[in-house]
Design a protein around this ligand. Structure first.
Ligand SMILES: C[S@@+](CC[C@H](N)C(=O)[O-])C[C@H]1O[C@@H](n2cnc3c(N)ncnc32)[C@H](O)[C@@H]1O
Length: 264
């Protein structure tokens, strides 16, 4: 029996609407996407296998928003609050509707959503380059939603078909997150060109790796590093003294703080 049949049968037995449910379980196990109480936006959610997994994993205090251009049959007795948006993700109006459902962004940094996942796939033509390009376009739509709505430290995972534009796509996503990984879940191995990009820990910091900035050391932390502030964001600088003003190079950015070194 092929892996595809194996997961199809398992999904039938366990009451999942699609065998892709196992891909999401495996992504979560590899990359730690879900936690109790999280708010998840699921793009390309029909028929609802990923929605079922996301709903189980965020628990009764969580919220899941399923979006698809096709109708999604509501989940039976979902524990968390599950909302449905029917629309095409290439239409701006669908993105606005999602924003309305999750409550919009009321803070300049950080949004109302913890995880954006996308399993969107184009209608396949069988022409490899075209299918790849369309798939990248869909990931870019999902990425726009992620940068718009994710909270600081939030995660983004999206399906993409491998091909020539993948590197550029990753290069565009990377600066907005702490790191990006390519994951090929066992449950998708039969579809050789399919992989998932998992971008962890949304950065909303006003600095990025490689930036050279002038800072003033306001304090010395417990570990002995200098503490500087850039628009309320903490930058730890090694080998400096309180009161110094100097140029530093940012060498590591985390969601809530960064590390930098003096340039000289
Ligand atoms: C592989 S299926 C998703 C399966 C789903 N994750 C599940 O577990 O049930 C891909 C979905 O992407 C949706 N899709 C493709 N392009 C879309 C677009 N532009 N806007 C919204 N949904 C789209 C399709 O309608 C389809 O339902």
């Amino acid at each position: 029996m092929s892996r595809k049949d194996e997961y199809y049968n398992k999904a039938k037995q366990q009451g999942y609407r699609a065998r892709s449910a196992y891909k999401l379980q495996q992504l979560d196990e590899t990359a730690g996407l879900f936690g109790e109480g999280r708010t998840v936006v699921d793009l390309g959610a029909a028929p609802g296998g990923w929605l079922q997994v996301a709903a189980e994993r965020v628990g009764e205090r969580g919220t899941v928003v399923g979006v698809d251009r096709q109708r999604i049959d509501p989940l039976d007795d979902p524990e968390p609050s599950v909302e449905y948006v029917r629309g095409d993700m290439t239409d701006e109006s669908t993105k606005i509707e999602i924003r309305d459902v999750v409550g919009g962004v009321d803070d300049e940094r950080g949004g109302p959503v913890d995880v954006v996942i996308s399993d969107m796939a184009p209608n396949m033509t069988g022409e490899y380059d075209l299918d790849h390009a369309r798939s990248v376009h869909l990931v870019r739509q999902a990425f726009e939603v992620a940068t718009d709505l994710l909270d600081t430290g939030g995660d983004f995972a999206a399906k993409v078909f491998d091909g020539q534009d993948l590197e550029d796509l990753i290069a565009d996503i990377e600066p907005e997150f702490e790191y990006v990984r390519e994951v090929r879940p066992d449950a998708s191995r039969d579809s050789s060109s399919e992989l998932y990009l998992v971008a962890k820990h949304r950065l909303t910091a006003p600095v990025r790796e490689g930036d050279v900035i002038e800072v003033t050391i306001e304090d010395i932390g417990e570990e002995g590093d200098g503490i500087a502030k850039v628009e309320d964001f903490t930058v730890f600088v090694s080998g400096v003294e309180e009161g110094e003003t100097l140029d530093v190079r940012v060498d590591d950015v985390k969601p809530r703080y960064a590390f930098a070194q003096p340039t000289e």
